[in-house]
Design a protein around this ligand. Sequence first.
Ligand code: HEC
Length: 131
Amino acid sequence: MKSTSSFGALKGKALSQGNLLTLLVISVFACFSILLLLFLQEEEDPYINKSLNLHGSIDNGSHLFRMNCVGCHGISAQGLVGPELNNVTEELNDKKIINQVVKGLTPPMPSFEMDEQSMADLLAYLHSLND
Ligand code: HEC
């Protein structure tokens, strides 16, 4: 009688240790997956990251805007075919704005190809429109 019950206790202990190990393995795996995902997201778009890290010139941005955007967004960004862009940087974060400009996600707005510095300039200009 005595030996059976202590065997039972032993078995129970072994099982819960097994469960603990499984749990540990799963959580370590989960942590690694999350880290990997974060890392991949950081690496995801070097163009965006570089544009965001450059210091933009409002003057150049204003020039680029007049060359490329006023036809649809208006000379003072008041909106024509495209929506008004004053205060757009308060509604969309910089990443979203870059995607909007380079990816052509919403026709009829075309996608633009510009180097990272020009993108930084354009962003600086859009930020300067906030009142
Ligand atoms: C051919 C016309 C056209 C040109 C040129 C154009 N856009 Fe647009 N743009 C649009 C239209 C139309 C939309 C609205 C798309 C939609 O339905 O979401 C838009 C949307 C946007 C938005 C999102 C606004 C919001 O509130 O969601 C941004 C930012 C933007 N344009 C920036 C620019 C910039 C910067 C340029 C110049 C590099 C540019 N656009 C050139 C037509 C144009």
